[in-house]
Ligand binder design. Structure first.
Ligand SMILES: Cc1cc2nc3c(=O)[nH]c(=O)nc-3n(C[C@H](O)[C@H](O)[C@H](O)COP(=O)(O)OP(=O)(O)OC[C@H]3O[C@@H](n4cnc5c(N)ncnc54)[C@H](O)[C@@H]3O)c2cc1C
Ligand SMILES: NC(=O)c1ccc[n+]([C@@H]2O[C@H](COP(=O)([O-])OP(=O)(O)OC[C@H]3O[C@@H](n4cnc5c(N)ncnc54)[C@H](O)[C@@H]3O)[C@@H](O)[C@H]2O)c1
Length: 483
């Protein structure tokens, strides 16, 4: 026997993204249910952003204190790793989602716990852990916000050796003496920074340089800093095979002949979409593939048209546009509002920068990588801008030469890059690398999204003495455009 319930909108996946789709739909007058198989709050709250940033924060502060005369003398002890883990446990509410469920209740969203599968157009069948089956029918839309999972590459012996994914690395209860990490991306570099700060012997194994896709100096500076933190870097190599040691550790054979041994092995080689077994193949979509969507997040079929008349949405990691919480939540606001507007028969324009579209996904995505130094970037790198056909000029400035940076840290080291569209005299992209630059990023995002002309940016005066004065230095280095 199964119960059937009717809604306007059903959201599958109660991560940060699904929660926001549901919230906007409810605010648009839609009766909405959200389906969740694990914890309400999803990856970000329990195994990604929040625990990882908490694991990084204490080490970052300790090092920041050691860079300032006066506190350097006062703060002399090592990190209290147990206290760091305790703070992380508090941040994840000990992997209990009561608080988030309370938020759903307050927002007027019905929670249905269990595994959701799309069993017919606008119909989701949910099987709870105890076997209870509930059939949910939506009058208007089903939004898939099922996120992504860690990708395990095909390396002989890797899967059988049961390495860590980001889930184990962020929820660790006993820090290992040694840790090997595979990957040169965001998860790998952040976790290498966190664990090196804990005193773990870290081996980072990457098939190329670090933080590919960012401006080259970002990866170079993070490489230097990881070495300073005591990590051993194995760059431009691949594991050939992996085996367990008699001591229950890992032995990783690299293709340059090096053998790395470590107590734990974190694989951080990207993500896979959580779309397998969701029932999407019945609508002509490939099972287990990323979802292709339009700017209002309607899932598109192979013909480039919204699937089955347009009731199916794909929001957040699952559409592979930008695997970031803030960008997924931005998509969610657009999708939730578009769903409600369409349900009310209102026109939903897909024109750029409107209320129902996630235009910024295309070339104005901000991201902070919380390594030490932090890497904060938005928009296009010089390489991407050139590939996109822009006529550009690149302006670099050493952040350490800014007075505000001298105050923040003795011998502050960092670099800023501004990529300018020479035809329109607007900023296409900005990258800051340095201590605490994450908090500087939103100024760049406003400049890029607002397409603020450089001549007007000269009138946006950064306060003295803050690190933000790097904006003035970038503009001065570029030269004042003539009227
Ligand atoms: C280690 C790490 C650190 C990160 N740090 C940052 C950061 O600092 N900043 C940032 O912006 N991004 C960060 N990210 C990326 C961020 O975590 C993701 O972009 C974000 O979690 C995506 O949200 P989502 O709601 O799309 O998916 P998820 O958070 O994965 O939520 C999807 C939910 O759907 C549920 N689900 C899946 N299938 C079903 C089904 N069939 N039925 C019912 N429920 C289902 C899952 O249980 C899950 O709760 C990090 C990622 C990792 C791995
Ligand atoms: N601070 C943040 O914003 C933050 C933090 C962590 C994760 N994230 C998000 O989570 C997503 C996943 O992070 P990630 O670090 O796993 O992915 P990533 O795409 O950033 O990096 C993957 C790395 O693995 C390497 N790789 C891929 N396949 C490989 C293979 N077969 N063998 C060896 N190396 C291989 C790549 O060269 C790359 O260096 C990212 O897209 C990121 O946006 C964001």
């Amino acid at each position: 026997m199964s119960e059937t319930r009717d809604y306007d909108v059903i959201v599958i996946g109660a991560g940060a993204v699904g929660e926001n789709v549901a919230d906007r739909a409810v605010q648009g007058g839609m009766k909405t249910a959200i389906v969740e198989a694990e914890l309400v709050g999803g990856e970000c709250s329990y195994w990604a952003c929040m625990p990882s940033k908490t694991l990084l924060r204490s080490g970052a502060l300790l090092r920041a204190a050691q860079r300032v005369g006066g506190t350097r003398q006062a703060v002399t002890g090592p990190l209290d790793v147990a206290a760091v883990l305790k703070r992380r446990d508090d941040m994840t509410s000990n992997w209990n989602d009561d608080g988030q469920v309370e938020w759903l209740n307050g927002a007027g969203i019905d929670l249905v716990r269990g595994w959701g599968v799309i069993t017919a157009p606008r119909e989701v069948t949910v099987t709870a852990e105890d076997g209870t089956v509930t059939v949910l029918r939506a009058k208007h839309a089903v939004a898939v916000a099922t996120g992504s999972a860690a990708l395990m590459p095909d390396i002989p012996g890797l899967r059988e050796s049961e390495p860590w994914s980001s889930r184990e690395a962020t929820s660790v209860q006993r820090v290992p003496v040694s840790l090997a990490i595979l990957g040169g991306g965001v998860v790998a570099t952040e976790m290498a920074t966190a664990y090196a700060g804990f005193g773990t012997e870290v081996h980072l194994i990457a098939r190329s340089g670090l933080l590919g896709g960012q401006e080259p100096f970002a990866g170079e500076k993070v490489t230097e800093s990881l070495k300073k933190l005591g990590a051993t870097l194995h760059l431009d190599v691949q594991p050939e095979r992996v085996e367990r040691t008699d001591e229950d550790g890992f032995r990783i054979h690299l293709d340059d002949g090096t053998v790395v041994e470590a107590d734990e092995f974190l694989v951080a080689t990207g993500r896979l979409p959580r779309t397998s077994g969701l029932g999407l193949d019945a609508f002509g979509l490939e099972d287990g593939a990323w979802l292709d969507v339009d700017d209002s997040m309607r899932v598109l079929g192979a013909d480039g048209e919204p699937v089955d008349g347009g009731w199916l949405y794909g929001v957040g990691d699952v559409n592979h546009r930008a695997l970031l919480t803030h960008q997924g939540k931005y998509q969610a606001r657009a999708a939730g509002d578009a769903i409600a507007a369409r349900a009310h028969g209102r026109d939903v324009s897909l024109a750029p920068w409107g209320a129902f579209v996630a235009t910024a996904d295309h070339q104005a995505v901000p991201q902070v990588t919380f390594t030490d130094p932090e890497v904060a970037s938005v928009g296009l790198t010089a390489e991407r801008a050139q590939k996109a056909g822009y006529r550009i000029r690149v302006v670099d400035y050493e952040i350490g030469s800014v007075s505000g940076a001298h105050v923040v840290a003795d011998g502050y080291e960092g670099t800023a890059r501004m990529v300018v569209d020479e035809d329109r005299k607007v900023v296409l992209g900005v990258t800051f690398v340095g201590q605490d630059v994450g908090e500087l990023l939103h100024s760049a995002t406003v400049a890029v999204v607002g397409e603020v002309p450089l001549e007007r940016l000269w009138h946006a005066v950064p306060s003295y003495p803050t690190v933000s004065e790097v904006w003035l230095r970038l503009l001065e280095t570029y030269g004042r455009p003539e009227e």
